[in-house]
Design a protein around this ligand. Structure first.
Ligand code: G3P
Ligand code: MG
Length: 250
């Protein structure tokens, strides 16, 4: 009998379906209300080289600031309000340093899929900074990295081959798992529609020892597709709905 391992319930940018993404509030709610196994989150570098938790390279969409994340020192970024855009009740949320996010992860014994946002702005030295921060807190086992910048992932492996790395992609690729394996990666991170297009993707990846972590499954249909294919992690804006569905599967 084949025993299927339950996929991890990973809250995309925290519980971002309900709370302002990548904020302390969204992360804590993903645990308390969403019952997640971990978070997905995004990291950039401030002008003074501090790893900071935010999705966009520019500040306008999710803060009351303007300009580029990489153009501001951490002290300036910290003054910004990153909650109000989602609703006045979320005013006062502050951008987190990676260290603070890792502390939440370690305190709650959960995992973190940290996406290095190194493909629109190329942050010099971001791989060393991120890995240095992870190691300083002893969080190596709790974290798995990913990026759309596959060269950046390779660089992470060169810095420390024990750090888990994954290749993000949005559209169907040829031999994705073989490509990941060839470059010493641990996982592929396909967009969920790639699963519908290539139903054998997960099986093929697992045969090569490559994990499959899928984003962003927000509808029940998408979540079911991931579960049926036996993926390793499901990344969703709705950890609560995903948790209910996973529980109903027994
Ligand atoms: O890591 C999965 C997903 O977050 C990738 O895209 O734009 O939501 O960061 P994005
Ligand atoms: Mg992301």
């Amino acid at each position: 009998m084949i025993t299927m391992v339950k996929p991890l319930n990973i809250a995309h940018r925290g519980f971002s379906g309900k709370y302002p993404e990548n904020t302390r509030r969204a992360f804590l709610a993903a645990i308390d209300e969403g019952g997640c196994d971990g978070f997905e989150s995004d990291v950039h570098l401030s002008a003074d080289g501090e790893p900071v938790i935010i999705h966009d390279a520019a500040l306008e969409r999710t803060s009351n600031g303007a300009g580029m994340v990489g153009g501001c020192p951490f002290s300036t970024l910290r003054e910004l309000d990153i909650g109000s855009w989602k609703g006045p009740e979320f005013a006062g949320e502050r951008i987190l340093h990676l260290e603070e996010l890792l502390e939440i992860v370690l305190d709650h014994h959960i995992v973190l899929n940290l996406e290095i946002k190194n493909y629109e702005v190329f942050y010099r030295g971001i791989e060393e900074k991120v890995i240095g921060c992870i190691k300083a807190l002893g969080a190596e086992k709790a974290v798995f990295l990913s990026s759309f910048n596959h060269i950046s992932m390779k660089k992470c492996k060169e810095i420390d081959r024990t750090i888990r790395t994954g290749l993000l992609y949005e559209y169907p690729l040829l031999d994705a798992a073989a490509y990941a394996r060839r470059h010493g990666m641990d996982a592929i991170h396909p967009q969920v529609s790639c699963l519908a297009y290539s139903p054998k993707l997960t099986g093929a990846a697992h045969k090569q020892g490559i994990a499959v972590n899928v984003w962003t499954a927000n509808t029940e249909e998408e979540m079911r597709l991931c579960i049926e294919q036996g993926v390793d992690s499901i990344i969703s804006n709705y950890p609560d709905k995903l948790g209910e569905l996973l529980a109903s599967q027994g």
